[in-house]
Ligand binder design. Structure first.
Ligand SMILES: [Zn+2]
Length: 143
């Protein structure tokens, strides 16, 4: 079972490392399991379970989910939108955050297949939020 995730002040303070293709990534399923144990989480990044590598699980509307490994935003709409966000590492805290309305993202899945998606709305917001964790940033928290 993955470690508990409610660890805001203990989140890594340094940028997350890229995952090496030859490395054992069986631990990534701990991200998905930890997220599934939350009542309403829609995304979780590896640093939130104490592993400072660039993996997150995106679970838009908790309907369909997928891992993003070593994601890179290759295009972002100049138009930004405000939206209320929460973070599983900061229970009870919410904040209004400006995000690009739409993004194009390259990432690898757990089978090291490269993908590109262009998405907008909630899914784009979740991806941008989780990728902030790779930069040791959570925009709703000021610690
Ligand atoms: Zn977060």
């Amino acid at each position: 079972m993955a470690p508990i995730i409610l660890m805001g002040p203990q989140l890594p303070k340094t940028p997350s490392m890229l995952v090496k293709p030859e490395s054992d990534i069986s631990w990534i399923y701990g991200i998905k399991e930890a997220l599934a144990r939350t009542p309403n989480g829609v995304g979780l990044a590896a640093p939130q379970i104490g592993i400072n590598e660039q993996v997150a699980y995106i679970w838009t509307h908790r309907k369909y989910g997928y891992f993003i490994i070593n994601p890179e935003i290759v295009w972002a709409s100049p138009q930004h939108v405000l939206g209320i966000e929460g973070c599983l590492s900061y229970p009870g805290l919410t904040g209004s955050v400006s995000r690009s309305r739409a993004i194009s993202v390259n990432y690898y899945d757990e089978n090291w297949i490269k993908h590109n998606i262009r998405t907008e709305g909630l899914e784009a917001r979740i991806i941008q939020h989780e990728m902030d964790h790779f930069s040791a940033i959570c925009q709703i928290a000021k610690d």
